[in-house]
Design a protein around this ligand. Structure first.
Ligand code: NAD
Ligand code: TDX
Length: 332
């Protein structure tokens, strides 16, 4: 049994990871989460009290972080400001949490010799043309587009520097777009599902040709656990499940699965600097560490996710009106 510290464990992917760890291992989990607008204590409801400790705090609080690292065997770092649209509106929290927060964790890992896994995104590589046969690999040069992705790129580079300069025992993973339960209604898939539930037409940015490479959050969790157990220190692993879909197809599929006409959506103002396409080549993770995704079928994973939002309206309803008001103020 190991003692895992999970930063951002009340967010979308972090909470999915905590559920995955508690169901599939005997590790004890301590969650450190600031409970920003994106964090929700209810995402961890029902988990056994003897397996989970919740600490409400900021990853930039060096004294708090130091005490938690002293008691952890390993740290998995999910905490971040994560939404591109917010980063275009107000970049500052992205610098504070994604850059200074990660720096604070790295300094604690350095003092305590703690194993650290840093969670990052494929967005650090910029975007690809729609007809480009290439996909991102571990050697693709960094070329981030948004304030969000540039701060994630900065945090990755800090981790690499702390490994090389100070011998910090860290690994990095860069994953593609996640979907599944507990995702905030500001994000594309939950926004459209909850719009349909509320009788609002889904909103597609621009022409809707942009492509994202979708992976179920539980497959992201199994990949992270694999890297934590068998990954080589100092190395980066790309996580993806060959799930490329253009945004129009995703909206049409949501509408169809929810019993609506496939064309019952609106085109709205495009995102500034909107990345065209992301695509992950996860060969390294599969061949070197033997990882495989379990959710091969996007349509059935999406149907399960729709069902989750239908049955968990009390989880998402409190954030819905404010989120739509924010988008409406931007013409989106
Ligand atoms: P999220 O916004 O749903 O959750 C972020 C969590 O971090 C929240 O619980 C929030 O309260 C917490 N947090 C924010 N600032 C904090 C701080 N200063 N101190 C402590 N806690 C803080 O994000 P998510 O979508 O779950 O993303 C989690 C991680 O995965 C991020 O690092 C993100 O870059 C990365 N990632 C996300 C995706 C995706 O598709 N969502 C894909 C690849 C990588
Ligand atoms: O209402 C919408 N309509 C729309 O067309 C919203 C919210 C989004 N979109 C488009 C923009 C993107 O092309 O859908 C796509 C997905 O948008 P988001 O859910 O905002 O995700 P994205 O910007 O691709 O970033 C996500 O994946 C990578 C996560 O939010 C990041 O944290 C992660 O790093």
């Amino acid at each position: 049994m190991a003692r895992l510290l999970v930063t951002g464990g009340a967010g979308f992917i972090g909470s999915n990871f905590v559920h995955h760890v508690i169901e599939n291992t005997d590790h004890h989990v301590t969650v450190l989460d600031k409970l920003t607008y994106a964090g929700n204590r209810a995402s961890l409801a029902g988990l056994p009290e003897d397996r989970l400790t919740f600490v409400h705090g900021d990853i930039g609080d060096a004294a708090l972080v130091d005490g938690l690292f002293a008691e952890a065997d390993a740290v998995v770092h999910y905490a971040a400001e994560s939404h591109n649209d917010n980063s275009l509106h107000d970049p500052r929290p992205f610098l504070d949490t994604n850059i200074i927060g990660t720096y604070t964790l790295l300094e604690a890992a350095r003092r305590h010799g703690t194993r650290l896994h840093h969670i990052s995104t494929d967005e650090v590589y910029g975007d690809l043309e729609l007809d480009d046969p290439a996909r991102f690999t571990e050697t693709t040069p960094y070329n981030p587009s948004s304030p969000y992705s540039s701060t994630k790129a900065g945090s990755d580079l800090l981790v690499r520097a702390w490994v090389r300069s100070f011998g910090v025992q860290a690994t990095i993973s860069n994953c593609s777009n996640n979907y599944g339960p507990y995702q905030h209604v500001e994000k594309f898939i939950p926004r459209q599902i909850t719009n349909v539930i509320r009788g609002i037409r889904p909103k597609l940015y621009g022409a809707g040709h942009n492509v994202r490479d979708w992976i179920h959050a539980d497959d992201h969790s199994s990949a992270v656990l694999t890297i934590l157990e068998r990954g080589e220190i100092g190395e980066t692993y790309l996580i993806g499940a060959d799930g490329e879909k253009d945004n129009t197809s995703v909206v049409e599929l949501i509408l169809t699965l929810m019993g609506q006409p496939a064309d019952a959506y609106d085109h709205v103002t495009d995102r500034a600097g909107h990345d065209l396409r992301y695509a992950i080549d996860s060969t390294r993770l599969r061949t070197e560490l033997g990882w495989r995704p379990r959710f091969g079928d996007f349509e059935s994973g999406l149907a399960d996710t729709i069902e989750w939002y239908r049955t968990n309206e009390t989880w998402w309803a409190p954030a819905k009106d404010a989120t739509e008001a924010f988008y409406a103020s931007k013409g989106q």
